[in-house]
Design a binder for this molecule. Structure first.
Ligand code: AMP
Length: 207
């Protein structure tokens, strides 16, 4: 099985695609954002350190992220990295402990990202992701999967979204060139429905 990286700006649909890839391709999901939110929710030392950066829409320092990922990832194949790596230093470190076979770059512009994130809601309990416009829950305010309460992530508030996009352009966009140069980058247009995006990503992975 391949090791896959999902790359793209916040709101590109990485988490949504990841959930289906895990189900249909049996990949192991490694989402640094989900891990950090768990640490914050449990008020661990790591969570307390990360929280300020996350609330401001900034990146948590590389050493912290790398220690967290190394602890959870062994050299197995079939890992789906979602939201990691986000800097060149993280990508270089990753190449030392897990080979990256394919990088799927979900392309979407800033206007679409801002629109999507303002209507995104997540389940406070299980982390499932909804969109009030395009993927509403069956019962208002409640998760279809576990009945948990749906909330807006604090970093999905408009002022933080703008900062996250700028951070993406500055720190993470260079990864597109980095992975293009090593020949593993595949581009997928992500300004489409979740079904269409998933189908396109699945095709890339089957090739
Ligand atoms: P995400 O759910 O992937 O959008 O991540 C939410 C927030 O967690 C980001 O805005 C960052 O503050 C932090 N974060 C997640 N992954 C990373 C990473 N690989 N490097 C640095 N910070 C991260």
């Amino acid at each position: 099985m391949k090791n896959v990286v999902l790359l793209g700006p916040p709101g590109a649909g990485k988490g949504t695609v990841a959930a289906r890839l895990v189900q249909e391709f049996g990949l192991t999901h490694v989402s640094t954002g989900d891990m950090l939110r768990e640490e914050v929710a449990q008020a661990t030392a790591l969570g307390q350190l990360a929280h300020g950066y996350m609330a401001r829409g900034e990146l948590v320092p590389d050493e912290v992220i790398l220690a967290m990922v190394r602890k959870r990832v062994d050299a197995r194949k079939g890992i789906l990295f979602d939201g990691f790596p986000r800097t060149l230093a993280q990508a270089q470190a990753l190449s030392q402990f897990a080979p990256v076979d394919v990088v799927v770059f979900l392309e979407v512009d800033k206007d679409e990202v801002v629109r999507r994130l303002s209507s995104r809601r997540i389940c406070e309990n299980c982390g499932a992701v909804y969109n009030l416009v395009t993927q509403p829950p069956r019962n208002e305010g409640r998760c279809d999967l576990c009945g948990g309460k749906l909330i807006q992530r604090e970093d999905d508030k408009p002022e933080v979204v703008a900062r996250r996009f700028d951070v993406y352009l500055q720190d993470s966009a260079p990864l597109v060139t980095y992975y293009e140069e090593s020949g593993v980058l595949r581009r997928v247009r992500a300004d489409r429905s979740p079904e269409e995006v998933f189908a396109a990503v699945a095709e890339v992975l089957r090739r």
